[in-house]
Design a protein around this ligand. Structure first.
Ligand code: PEP
Ligand code: MG
Length: 591
């Protein structure tokens, strides 16, 4: 038995034969002299254009295959291949004496390294896309056509990392699971795995070296595929990879697999059950998503809309901001998937700890307290107006003449001044669209309540908005002064803390008086015990990761509102999160 620990990327347990896939070595470049430079740059541009067309075709075929959102990934790669910044970087290297092949390879590696060096998970994940595009252009220059690794039998694929195009080209009916040494849950390989419901574990340290001695046959020269011996198990929910487990481990994993299969069958079967307490109070459950690719699964699991569409993902994917048209396509895809339910698009929440190279925000000593999210708007109103324009265009009536419900919310709003800023940006977007005669529809404007001060002065601005959504992840961070990413402070990270519950209570009172709908979209909403406290405090809209919908639905259906209200009132006077959690844990049926 060999065991490896990695990061959970796509839930589910898979077991079976495995193959190792290694990237084909890229074509080698050569040194050139100055007289060849012009011709090499021309070759480069022609190859980049051809690669972009190839990617457009791949985007179309993946979309036609019933996965329009995954197709969009290749659409974005086509845009990268067409991006003059990438070819300009490569042209600089041609002037330094590299031929087109060497130059595009070096430019792709440099750009990918720059993205990785930023230390941000999402940006690092995009590095694989840049390398993928550069490799494709180099392949064209060397006269290669893209070849997908094949799986002759159903198998789990083991690799250092997989480019999005290789992941998409793997035959889905034979791909049992993915185990990657590199990568992160936000890399495209992981996103595709989740979209296709294929169990995946990423970031598995030592995986390839650990399995090297277990290859059945050495890899064929140039094929990149080497079958392994023995049975590989992966638990995509726990991030575990095991080769030839001993009996107790195999039994544990097999039991987990039965449970996971049962849970996902049950989650789908229960997706249409009404979500109401036993005494009849309805609660709407919505999904948090980061990409259009997640929409279908959320709908299948019974989400009645999107309570939080984190749009950062669209911006982090690339060397420059997405165009309004690209955003429109993404928003429209989500809106169409959820009709007639509402979709809440959150304006860009970047800056501070999530730097984006093209935004060039100066380093800050306290990025969580710095120029992030809406605080960027005075400097870069163009970014926010483009988002609002795209959202308003996605809100135009469809072919059936029915307008969808599109909501737009601003993150990191501190007070009435920030709310006013949102209203002004929206007014500008609307006036521009009207002047240009572009079809658009009304959007409902709202704010995230994730700064304690913003909750306390909510009565000064909520009346001008349609809704507010409590971002309990940041609200807890700012209420207790605990960095949400610091594991050393884990004991403060339970949102059942009485200080947080008192703020939720305040928010419920103030939004009700203002007539603004209130929801919760922080992780707390997806916790089947904490969700009960929220319902007891008066919250009726909970937005969460799709995977939590089933368990929260079950929890709510198992209790009476009267009990929750009594417990919530008592909880406000308790001294600690632990005591409050115990109160509610006893009430929920989550199994
Ligand atoms: C939150 O802060 O609770 C939230 C939902 O936003 P994010 O986690 O994206 O900061
Ligand atoms: Mg937040």
């Amino acid at each position: 038995m060999r065991q490896f620990a990695g990061v959970a990327a796509s839930a589910g347990v898979a077991a079976g034969p495995w193959v190792r896939i290694s990237p084909r070595a890229g074509p080698k470049g050569r040194r050139i002299d100055a007289t060849e430079a012009e011709a090499e740059i021309l070759r480069l541009e022609v190859a980049a254009a051809a690669a972009a067309e190839e990617l457009d075709a791949l985007a179309a075929s993946v979309s036609a295959d019933g996965h329009p959102d995954e197709g969009a990934i290749f659409g974005a790669q086509a845009a990268m291949a067409r991006d003059p910044a990438l070819t300009a970087m490569a042209a600089d290297r041609v002037h330094d004496g590299h031929d087109a092949i060497g130059a595009i390879g070096a430019a792709g590696t440099d750009l990918a390294d720059q993205l990785r060096a930023l230390g941000d998970e999402l940006l690092s994940a995009r590095a694989a896309d840049v390398e993928d595009v550069a490799g494709r252009i180099a392949g064209r220059l060397a006269g290669r056509t893209a070849a997908a690794p094949t799986l002759l039998e159903p198998a789990i694929v083991v690799a250092t990392d997989l480019s999005p195009s290789v992941t998409a080209m793997l035959p889905r009916d034979r791909l049992l699971g993915l185990a990657l040494e590199a990568g992160s849950p936000t890399a495209h390989a992981a996103i595709l795995a989740r979209a296709y419901s294929i169990p995946a574990v990423v970031g598995v340290a030592g995986l390839l070296a650990g399995l090297e001695d277990h290859l059945a046959t050495p890899p064929e020269e140039g094929s990149g595929t080497a079958p392994g011996s023995g049975t590989l198990w992966i638990d995509g929910g726990a991030g575990e990879v095991v080769l030839d487990p001993d009996r107790p481990t195999a039994e544990r994993l097999a039991a987990l697999r039965r449970e996971a299969d049962q849970a996902s069958r049950r989650a789908l079967a229960e997706a249409d059950l009404p979500v109401a307490t036993r005494d009849g109070t309805t609660v709407s459950l919505l999904a948090n998503i980061g990409t259009p690719a997640e929409a279908d699964r959320a709908v299948a699991l019974g989400a009645h809309g999107v309570g939080l569409f984190r749009t950062e993902f669209l911006f982090i994917e690339r060397p420059q901001p997405p165009t309004e048209e690209e955003q429109l396509a993404a928003y429209r895809a989500v809106v169409d998937a959820f009709r007639p339910h509402p979709v809440t698009i959150r304006l860009l929440d970047v800056g501070g700890d999530k730097p984006i190279p093209y935004l060039a925000i100066p380093d800050e000593a306290n990025p969580f307290l710095g120029v992030r999210a809406l605080r960027l708007a005075p400097e870069r109103p163009d970014l926010f107006v483009a988002q609002l324009r795209a959202a308003m265009r996605a809100a135009a009536p469809g072919r059936d003449g029915v307008a969808p419900t599109v909501k737009v919310m601003a993150p990191m709003v501190a007070d009435a001044g920030d709310a006013e800023l949102l209203l002004q940006l929206a007014a500008r977007a609307q006036a521009e669209l009207a002047a240009e005669g572009l079809p658009h529809g009304p959007v409902v404007l709202g704010v995230m309540l994730e700064i304690p001060g913003a909750v306390l002065v909510g009565d000064t601005y909520l009346g001008r908005l349609g809704f507010a959504s409590l971002g309990t992840n940041d609200l807890l961070q700012y209420t207790l002064a605990v960095d949400r990413g610091n594991p050393a402070l884990a004991r403060y990270q339970d949102p059942m803390h009485p200080a947080l519950l008192r703020l939720v209570h305040e928010a419920v009172q103030r939004s009700a008086r203002a007539g603004a709908e209130l929801s919760v979209c922080g992780e707390m909403a997806g916790d089947p015990v904490a969700a009960l406290a929220l319902v007891g405090l008066g919250i009726r809209h909970l937005s969460m990761a799709s995977g939590s919908l089933a368990v929260v639905r079950r929890s709510i259906r198992s209790v009476d509102l009267a009990t929750l209200e009594r417990e919530a009132t008592a909880a406000l006077d308790e001294p600690s999160a632990a005591v409050i959690r115990r109160r509610f844990a006893g009430l929920a049926i989550t199994a």
